[in-house]
Design a protein around this ligand. Structure first.
Ligand code: ADE
Length: 325
């Protein structure tokens, strides 16, 4: 097969030839083009491996998905959602980029950016908590990325510190779009075109194999639990949980089991630890609002005092990371 897609450089820019024409890739990449290394992560349907392009030496993270398992467990739709959303979000520094896909008899392969500093959760655990400066730095990048995703009609629906990776410059890269939703194009005829149904198997009372979604109960928004509806505000609820967690060292809603966690969420039962910065507390209180339409929007959050001094826009991604402390 011949894939006539433009060749991209390491920054994702189209490579041009001497005549200013895009260099088209005629060789379809395959397993044989990479040297596979250590395991970076494991999910229920996939394994992420470090891999090196034999031609360029460039390092990637390759997500390997077992086709038989995916078909048997009826997850084909979610694999397609992941590929479609990654292809749609191919032009932002805060999203893990999908470079190539290919398959062999047994597996599907997604060739992704390698985020060498790993998960934000791991960095947070090592530090126990972040100070306000670190929280502002990582929070601003995540918010800018949510804004980009929403502008491209994608709701992530499973934002959490495990899904926020860090590259060699300590810049955030959001990953794991298997539970994302592509919004319909805005329709004037509908009152709120941002509201989309959540598949039954992703709800709180979904029966058997709902692990990936219900397994991260702590960040689920109340509207997902009560109405099974997710919109843009759903990602902002999770963002509020993440800001809280970076400063407190633990998510706001945490209980002995999922059911009790859900109960806490729908009754907004959480407290701030001693010493939680008041300005951050105000931000979190305006994000962790049960009614989605009353939650802060992205523009409100950008203008909140907590993010005072952040230069929004492209320059955000040239910031040097603050010392972790
Ligand atoms: N773990 C899961 N995905 C990863 C990636 N893209 N880079 C580094 N570690 C990962």
């Amino acid at each position: 097969a011949v894939a006539m897609r433009p060749e991209l450089d390491a920054n994702g820019n189209v490579i041009l030839d001497a005549n200013g024409q895009p260099v088209l890739r005629t060789h379809k990449k395959g397993v044989q083009d990479f040297q596979f290394g250590r395991t970076l992560g494991e999910g229920s349907y996939s394994t992420v491996l470090l891999a090196k392009d034999r031609q360029t030496g460039h390092e990637y993270a390759i997500k390997v998905l077992d086709k038989r398992h995916i078909i048997k467990e009826k997850k084909v739709k979610y694999v397609n959602i992941e590929k479609d959303t990654l292809n749609r979000l191919n032009n932002h520094p805060g999203v893990v980029r999908l470079y190539y896909t290919f398959q062999d008899e047994r597996s599907l392969y997604f060739v992704l950016d390698f985020a060498s500093a790993g998960e934000l959760l791991g960095v947070l655990k090592k530090m126990t908590t972040f100070d306000e400066e670190c929280t502002r730095y990582y929070g601003a990048q995540v918010l800018d990325t949510i804004e980009y995703m929403h502008s491209r009609g994608v709701i992530h629906r499973d934002l959490k510190p495990e899904n926020i990776l860090l590259d060699s410059h300590m810049h955030t890269k959001i990953t794991d779009f298997g539970t994302a939703k592509i919004l319909d194009p805005p329709a004037r005829s509908r009152a709120n075109s941002n509201i989309v149904p959540v598949p039954d198997n992703m709800t709180a009372k979904g029966s058997d194999r709902t692990m990936s979604f219900v397994g991260t109960a702590e960040y689920v928004s109340p509207e997902l639990l009560t109405d099974k509806n997710a919109g843009k505000p759903t990602d902002l609820w999770a963002f509020g949980c993440i800001i809280y967690q970076l400063l407190a060292g633990r998510p706001p809603f945490k209980a002995a089991n999922e059911y009790l966690t859900f109960q806490k969420i729908i009754s907004l039962e959480y407290t701030f630890p001693q010493g939680f910065p008041p300005v951050a507390r105000d931000l979190v209180e305006r994000l962790l609002v049960l009614e989605p339409s009353r939650r802060l929007t992205i523009d409100h959050v950008k203008n909140h005092e907590f993010f005072h001094g952040i230069k929004w826009g492209k320059g955000l991604w040239d910031q040097k990371p603050p010392k972790l402390r």
